[in-house]
Design a protein around this ligand. Structure first.
Ligand code: ATP
Ligand code: MG
Length: 282
């Protein structure tokens, strides 16, 4: 198997018959650093959640999954996929305002070129979900927001419109399913690519806590940062005095304490179990 790429979280290989083997590790990143130690089972949780979502979304958009039957050393964490020619745009949909969207909104009232009404705050629900694409930055650099017009200039008007449609459809379907389980899907990022027949296809991972913000509905309260089903404990701890880490120092963060690792693992397991309705280890 030929090693193609290792990102912060995933490793990509090419199989002898030309398929892509995507393996999710237990690595966790925050503030653009890969942290120590990993979160036990995170790779498997995210892989299984992604596979579950691909299945839920198959009427919305075709996907790259071929099989989860992979060599034993990757069992549970690996997926065989069709190799796509990726569209060079991170396709983001937001139904709620937070994160980088909130920062842009506060600065100019606009997110990726979409003007929003006044008076919104952290965690506000948007009047309707919006498409807020960003560039795919090379490793180590930040993704930059793109306007719809910039996307159209890069991939053509027709493709831009299809990216927007698919992204909003994936968001809406995902949000509807999550809401039935008491979870708000605040926003999500998908990646699309062209398959060998020229069909626009969903690749990468989908609707995982690494690519999306999931909030417990019963604790949603605009005007503050929302509790979420992801690495929130990690971020909070890193920014707290206990960690002793100064984000602006340029130094790598300290190792995570066992308690933060364990609570973060529970959070990922809970997201998986609530969304899919299945036990992670039955
Ligand atoms: P990082 O997430 O660390 O910033 P990254 O996004 O490059 O970097 P990963 O997310 O770990 O790294 O790896 C997934 C990579 O594989 C992405 O570059 C993604 O665009 C690409 N990819 C996903 N699915 C496919 C596919 N079916 N065919 C080709 N490339 C794919
Ligand atoms: Mg990625």
């Amino acid at each position: 198997m030929k090693h193609l790429h290792s990102g912060k979280v995933r490793d990509l290989y090419e199989t002898p018959d030309g398929l892509l083997l995507m393996v999710a590790s237990d690595r966790i990143s925050a503030f653009d650093y890969v942290l120590e130690p990993g979160i036990p089972d995170k790779g498997e949780i995210l892989t299984r959640l992604s596979l579950w979502w691909f299945e839920q979304l198959k009427d919305v958009v075709p996907n790259h999954v071929v099989s989860s039957d992979v060599p034993a050393e990757f069992a549970g964490r690996g997926v065989l996929c069709r190799r796509l020619r990726m569209v060079p745009v991170e396709c983001v949909a937001r139904g709620y305002l937070t994160g980088s969207g909130l920062v842009d909104y506060r600065r100019e009232g606009v997110v990726s070129g979409v003007r929003l009404p006044e008076g919104l705050t952290d965690g506000s629900r948007l009047p309707e979900p919006i498409f807020t694409p960003s560039s795919k930055a090379p490793m180590g650099e930040h993704d930059e927001p793109m306007t719809y017009e910039e996307v159209a200039a890069e991939v053509g008007e027709d493709v831009a419109e299809r990216l927007r449609r698919i992204t909003l459809d994936v968001y809406s379907r995902g949000a509807e399913i999550a809401l039935e389980r008491g979870i708000i899907l605040a926003d999500t990022k998908i990646e699309l690519g062209w398959d060998a027949d020229g069909v626009l296809t969903l690749g990468d991972e989908v609707l995982t806590p690494d690519s999306s913000r999931f909030w417990p509905l019963d604790q949603w309260e605009p005007g503050r940062s929302q509790p979420s089903f992801d690495k929130q404990f990690v971020r909070d701890w890193l920014l707290s005095p206990e960690s002793g880490w100064d984000r602006s120092s340029g130094e790598a963060p300290p190792p995570l304490p066992d308690e933060i690792v364990e609570r973060t693992r529970s959070r990922y397991v809970e997201a998986y179990e609530r969304l899919t309705g299945e036990r992670f280890r039955g």
